[in-house]
Design a binder for this molecule. Structure first.
Ligand SMILES: Nc1nc2c(ncn2[C@@H]2O[C@H](COP(=O)(O)OP(=O)(O)O)[C@@H](O)[C@H]2O)c(=O)[nH]1
Ligand SMILES: [Mg+2]
Length: 356
C-alpha cells in the first residue's frame, strides 16, 4: 500500500477541501493545516493563506471516481466541523496573544505608555493580529510598520473647506483657544490676504475680550463683542464685508454644563459655522472624555490639538478622535503667534504617537 501525500495552499478551508476531494478523492485524510504567509514583502499585506496537507492510500485511488452519496454527506459534515474548529482556534488565538506576556504585549504597553487608552490600544493590536497575524510573532520592524499604518488609518484629519467663512473655537479654559484664533487670523490675513473679522463671545463678563482686543488693535483686524445671542446677529451684520470671521468663546470653568449650554445658544446664531473643539494634548485622558462629552452640545465638527510642545506622549490625540469621530484640522506647537501652528497630518501624528 502506498500513501499519496499532497500539500495545498489555499485562501480558505472550504476551497482546500474541495480541491483535496477532487484530486485525492473522498477518502483523503487531513494530516495538518496551518495559516501561512505569501512569500515576499507583498505577502505581509495580503491576508494569510491556509496550507493543508492531505493524504490518501494511493493503491486504492479508484475510489476518487465513485460518487457515493453517503461519502459525500460524510464529507460535508467533516467540512462543517473543520470550519467550526478553525474558527474557534482563530478566535482563541486572537484573545491569547493579547493577554499579558503574549507577543503583542510590549506593543500594547508602548501604546499605553504614550497615553493611548488601554482598550483602544487593545483594539489596534487585535485588528493588526486579525489582518496580518498567523500565530507566530511578527518581526519588530514589521510590527512597527503595521502599527504606524494602523494608527495613520485611525487618525482622521480634514482641511477646512475652501468656502468656510465662519470658524468658532470652543473648549475648556486655558487650552489655547484665543492664542490659536490669533494665529489663524494672522495666517489668513497675512498669507492668504483674506479680509478677516473677529467676534468674541464674553458670556460671563470676565474681561476675556481684552486679550483679543489688544491683538485686534495691533493687526487692525476688526473685532465685535457679543454679550447676548442677539449680539451675534448684529456683529455678523457689521462684519458683512469680511471673507472670514473667527469667533472666540470664553468661560470661567468651561467644563460647567450650564455654561456650555449658554455658549451653545450663542453658537446656534451663527449661520453654517465650522466649530472647533480645542483640546490640549496635556489633558488627562479621563478629563478629556468628560470634555468631549460636555461640549458635544456646541455641535463641534472638528478638533484642534494644542501644546504639542509641552509633552512627549500624544496618545490623547487618538483617544479624542476615537471618542468623537471628528477629524483634526490644526495642531499648535508653542506660544508664538502666528508661527506655532500646523495643519494636521496623519502620518506625522502617527509618528509622534509611536515615538513620543
Ligand atoms: N506651550 C504652549 N502654550 C500654548 C499653546 N497654545 C496656547 N498656549 C498658552 O496657553 C495659555 C492659555 O492660552 P489662551 O489662548 O489664553 O487659552 P484660552 O483660555 O483657551 O483662550 C497661554 O499662556 C498661551 O500662550 C501651545 O501650543 N503651546
Ligand atoms: Mg481665551
Amino acid at each position: 500500500m502506498s500513501l499519496r501525500v499532497k500539500t495545498y495552499c489555499v485562501d480558505n478551508v472550504q476551497e482546500g477541501l474541495q480541491q483535496i476531494k477532487k484530486e485525492l478523492g473522498p477518502d483523503a485524510i487531513i494530516l495538518q493545516s496551518r495559516k501561512v504567509r505569501k512569500k515576499g514583502l507583498l505577502g505581509l499585506f495580503a491576508p494569510p493563506m491556509i496550507e493543508i496537507t492531505a493524504a490518501v492510500d494511493g493503491s486504492d485511488n479508484s475510489h476518487a471516481k465513485q460518487k457515493d452519496f453517503a461519502t459525500e454527506m460524510r464529507w460535508q459534515n467533516e467540512i462543517g466541523k473543520l470550519k467550526q474548529m478553525m474558527q474557534q482556534m482563530f478566535m482563541l488565538q486572537q484573545k491569547q496573544t493579547l493577554v499579558e506576556q503574549g507577543p503583542y504585549f510590549p506593543y500594547w504597553q508602548q501604546l499605553v505608555m504614550q497615553g493611548v487608552e488601554e482598550k483602544l490600544a487593545q483594539t489596534i493590536l487585535a485588528e493588526i493580529e486579525k489582518e496580518f497575524g498567523d500565530g507566530e510573532p511578527v518581526k519588530d520592524e514589521v510590527m512597527k510598520l503595521l502599527l504606524q499604518k494602523k494608527i495613520e488609518q485611525k487618525i482622521l484629519t480634514e482641511k477646512l473647506p475652501a468656502d468656510a467663512r465662519i470658524l468658532a473655537f470652543t473648549g475648556p479654559t486655558g487650552v489655547g483657544k484665543t492664542t490659536t484664533l490669533a494665529k489663524l487670523a494672522a495666517h489668513f490675513a497675512l498669507y492668504q490676504k483674506k479680509k478677516v473679522g473677529m467676534i468674541t463671545i464674553d458670556t460671563f463678563r470676565i474681561g476675556a475680550v481684552e486679550q483679543l482686543r489688544t491683538y485686534a488693535d495691533i493687526t487692525g483686524i476688526p473685532i465685535e463683542v457679543a454679550m447676548t445671542p442677539k449680539d451675534i446677529t448684529r456683529a455678523m451684520e457689521r462684519l458683512a464685508d469680511r471673507d472670514l470671521i473667527l469667533v472666540d468663546t470664553a468661560g470661567r470653568s468651561a467644563n460647567n454644563s450650564l455654561q456650555v449650554m449658554e455658549l451653545s445658544s450663542f453658537l446656534a446664531q451663527l449661520p453654517r459655522a465650522e466649530i472647533f473643539l480645542v483640546l490640549s494634548v496635556t489633558t488627562k485622558t479621563s478629563d478629556l472624555y468628560l470634555i468631549v462629552d460636555k461640549f458635544r452640545q456646541t455641535g463641534y465638527n472638528r478638533l484642534i490639538f494644542t501644546k504639542l510642545d509641552e509633552t512627549s506622549s500624544y496618545g490623547a490625540i487618538l483617544n479624542a478622535i476615537s471618542a468623537t469621530g471628528m477629524p483634526v484640522t490644526y495642531l499648535t506647537t508653542g506660544q508664538n503667534v502666528p508661527d506655532d501652528l500646523e495643519e494636521a497630518d496623519a502620518v506625522k501624528m502617527a509618528e509622534l504617537i509611536l515615538k513620543g
